[in-house]
Design a protein. Structure first.
Length: 196
């Protein structure tokens, strides 16, 4: 197992256990959505948190003028939509979450219920913050790898790019696609000129 994924899995497990502990108080809605149903829409107000009981979901991001990209696929035990708890004012979701499997089962927790629970359980609040922080850290790591990959491609440094692309391929599928594109660009880049 990739050491970078061990800590987020442990955080996710602790958070999932805490949510299960407060199940009666939180009174979540049980969902059995159809395949391709959108549970969270990018840009919509974040008003709930999802806990995947079974099935698989795609997390997608779409930038204006571009096709949406799957940045992750998640399964049982995943917690999504933490912006519902930590956003100020009217926080908005940064990604779309779409159902992939027919047997998907989701618990949806309302923002109001979560706010009530964290008032009485500092550990729940701490785990939510830790998960959100870890997701930001992983996103920053991927952005840094992409920037390093662009830099290595520009310099024509095949050795550095090989190492960077290997790391990118350990991330979401979309990062593997980005690695392949960087490798293709390197093949079409003129070798750097020698200083005379």
């Amino acid at each position: 197992m990739d050491p970078a994924t061990q800590e987020p899995e442990a955080i996710n497990r602790r958070l999932r256990n805490l949510l299960q502990t407060h199940l009666k108080l939180l009174d979540p809605e049980l969902l059995h959505p159809d395949p391709d149903a959108v549970l969270i829409e990018q840009g919509e107000i974040a008003d709930s948190l999802l806990l995947v009981q079974q099935g698989r979901l795609a997390v997608e991001i779409q930038q204006t003028g571009h096709a949406s990209r799957v940045i992750a696929e998640v399964g049982a035990g995943a917690v999504l939509g933490e912006m519902a708890l930590f956003g100020i004012g009217e926080p908005r979701h940064g990604a779309r979450v779409r159902v992939l499997d027919t047997s998907t089962e989701i618990l949806r927790f309302s923002r109001e219920a979560l706010h009530g629970a964290v008032l009485f359980d500092a550990e729940l609040a701490a785990e939510m913050l830790l998960m959100s922080s870890e997701r930001c850290r992983n996103s920053n790591r991927m952005i840094n790898l992409l920037l390093d990959g662009i830099d290595a491609t520009t310099r024509g440094d095949a050795s550095a790019l090989t190492h960077i692309c290997s790391s990118l391929r350990n991330g979401p599928d979309s990062m593997g696609e980005a690695a392949a594109q960087l490798e293709q660009l390197l093949k079409h880049t003129d070798p750097p000129r020698q200083e005379s």
